[in-house]
Design a protein around this ligand. Sequence first.
Ligand code: KG4
Ligand code: ZN
Length: 342
Amino acid sequence: MEKEDVLILAIESSCDETAAAVVKNGREVLSNVISSQIALHTLYGGVVPEIASRKHIEKINQVIEEALKEAGVTMKDISAIAVTYGPGLVGALLVGVSTAKAISLASGIPLVGVHHIEGHISANYIENKELEPPFICLVVSGGHSHLVAVKDYGEYEILGRTRDDAAGEAFDKVARAIGLGYPGGPKIDKVSKEGNPDAIHFPRAKVVDAVYDFSFSGLKSAVLNYLNSCEMKGIEICQADVAASFQKAVVDVLVEHSMQAVEEYGLNKFAIAGGVASNSSLREAFEKECAARKIEFYHPSPIFCTDNAAMIGVAGYYEYCKGIRHGYDLNAVPNLRLGERI
Ligand code: KG4
Ligand code: ZN
């Protein structure tokens, strides 16, 4: 390790993954350890907050130790501890925040609180070393759907957001309705490959007074209505066709809004982030549309799309370089807004 290298130990526990990572100079991931609770929550068809918090407490120390070991470093090499402090499930966030505060207090290493969505956006810097702001980023995860202008490191303007369900939430709910189970996104992605995306026409919702806002609850209701009417008429549904047609409706809306924003803001760089950004059909659509418009398209590998701590380490690095430090009064902020620092 060079003396001037900045090493961030990052901790993420906002939902159902207990994760820790070591990131060097903001772009190089030395380790990325993720302990997933998906199998546990699958029993209940979704994330149970109380269970998530308890599992985080059980796993977090082990995950942090592994991250340091895998990176081949000790706490003496670490420049700062970055931790997700919002948004997310409050009990889950508190485990990461309390752990980070304890380590910081014991070691004297500075503490940097990180916004979870800023982490998702920053995941794009890991494998795209040349990517720098400004660019437009579509963040689509289980809890968030945001269209964001990334003006500089840590500086964001939210252009659009969902009015109701997040994109990933819609994937999860529709998957449950057609009997695919939790988590729905990857399962719909897979089964859609065997289906016809034009078999059923589902609505593409527009929000009248805000061109970049999204609404997915109408689409979810349309799928449920379709399933009910098939059942009443005794028509057997084709799971793959419903999945593919639903997925296409989501992808169409996401692509249309995003391309409009990129063109309006005169930027030729576009990135995607969040769990839904690993969707193969969404990636293909963006690859095609961006190529046709000569826009550079960036996306993280699937492992950096879903929740992980490496992305928190990247975002934490840029906050650290700006001089952002948090005190031992740092709290979990379940509704923390993007760009807001508390
Ligand atoms: O970013 P993430 O891990 O957690 C949040 O911050 O919410 O996103 C999880 C969401 C879930 O709703 C999951 O169904 C969705 O991302 N997801 C996908 C795919 N992989 C994960 N959605 C569509 N296609 C996928 N391949
Ligand atoms: Zn997330």
